[in-house]
Design a protein around this ligand. Structure first.
Ligand SMILES: NC(=O)c1ccc[n+]([C@@H]2O[C@H](COP(=O)([O-])OP(=O)(O)OC[C@H]3O[C@@H](n4cnc5c(N)ncnc54)[C@H](O)[C@@H]3O)[C@@H](O)[C@H]2O)c1
Length: 256
């Protein structure tokens, strides 16, 4: 579907890859509902984006918060056509470390935000999308784009929880695409490599340089705008469905 005059529900929209996506969508004439944790930050980001941006603060894994945000999007823009699930957290810990086994709550928390949060948001957005008038001759009513990570494939030491959460997103992409096919909704996942979002932008060269060294080409971190371009391409290319795209300049992560 075209982006112009469509409405996107973007989680993690206050920062990094989600924010770059929101900026690109606004530039293409779409509306955005930003869903993220911090109301103050969201208010500022939405004000910078202008009239076609709305926001609601909450946790992706909270059913009520997401349902409220969907109502905000519907009241301001009518419906939701696109859902981008960029909210996510890291959290490195070895399965057994110096202080004993990885606390189970830590593993659970990462899976809860990244995997369960993604499913929670997309199922509630899809409920709304299925009621849309078709936007294309194919009968397309909605597009869902999840954000995994190359850790889904090349999880490093200390990434059991993160890799499990992102691997779950990759694994559920096809069955959800199958579930939603009769409703005219496509489902795709992007697995980013290493991007220049706030965390790494402020990291010292000792952290950045080894990562850049193991990318193939180009020899640099990913630009969030390149992620946003990939998201927009998935929205506009109607034949993409049920698949995960690595966006990573050919990087393959080593064990450590
Ligand atoms: N930046 C990278 O190099 C990279 C690489 C691979 C995957 N990713 C994935 O891309 C996504 C975006 O990453 P980013 O670099 O833009 O990170 P970021 O920290 O800049 O943005 C993530 C946003 O998600 C929000 N968030 C966290 N937990 C939340 C929750 N429970 N409910 C609602 N919002 C929540 C945060 O407040 C933040 O604004 C994440 O899922 C991350 O795992 C990023």
């Amino acid at each position: 579907m075209e982006l112009k005059n469509k409405t996107a529900f973007i989680t993690g929209g206050a920062s990094g890859l989600g924010l770059a996506t929101a900026q690109n969508f606004i530039a293409a004439g779409a509306n955005v509902l930003l869903y993220d944790l911090n109301a103050e930050v969201l208010q500022q980001v939405a004000a910078d984006l202008g009239e076609r941006a709305a926001w609601h603060a909450g946790d992706v894994a909270d059913e009520t918060g997401v349902a409220e945000a969907i109502v905000v999007a519907q009241e301001k823009f009518g419906t939701i056509h696109i859902n981008v699930n960029s909210a996510g957290i890291g959290g490195a810990a070895r399965t057994v470390g110096k202080n004993g086994p990885m606390p189970l709550e830590k593993f659970e928390h990462i899976v809860r935000v990244n995997l369960i949060g993604t499913f929670n948001v997309l199922r509630l957005c899809a409920e709304v999308m299925q009621l849309n008038e078709p936007s294309t001759d194919d009968g397309e009513r909605g597009v869902i784009i999840n954000v995994a990570s190359i850790a889904a494939f090349d999880g490093q030491t200390g990434q059991a929880g993160y890799a499990a959460s992102k691997g779950g997103i990759v694994a559920m992409t096809l069955p959800i695409a199958r579930d939603l096919s009769k409703r005219g909704i496509r489902v795709m996942t992007i697995a980013p490599g290493v991007f220049e979002t706030p965390l790494l932008a402020s990291a010292p060269d000792e952290v950045r340089d080894p990562l850049i060294a193991i990318t193939q080409f180009p020899k640099r971190l990913g630009d969030p705008d390149e992620f946003a371009v990939q998201v927009a391409h998935i929205v506009t290319c109607g034949y993409l469905n049920g698949e995960t795209i690595r966006l990573d300049a050919g990087i393959r992560m080593p064990a450590l």
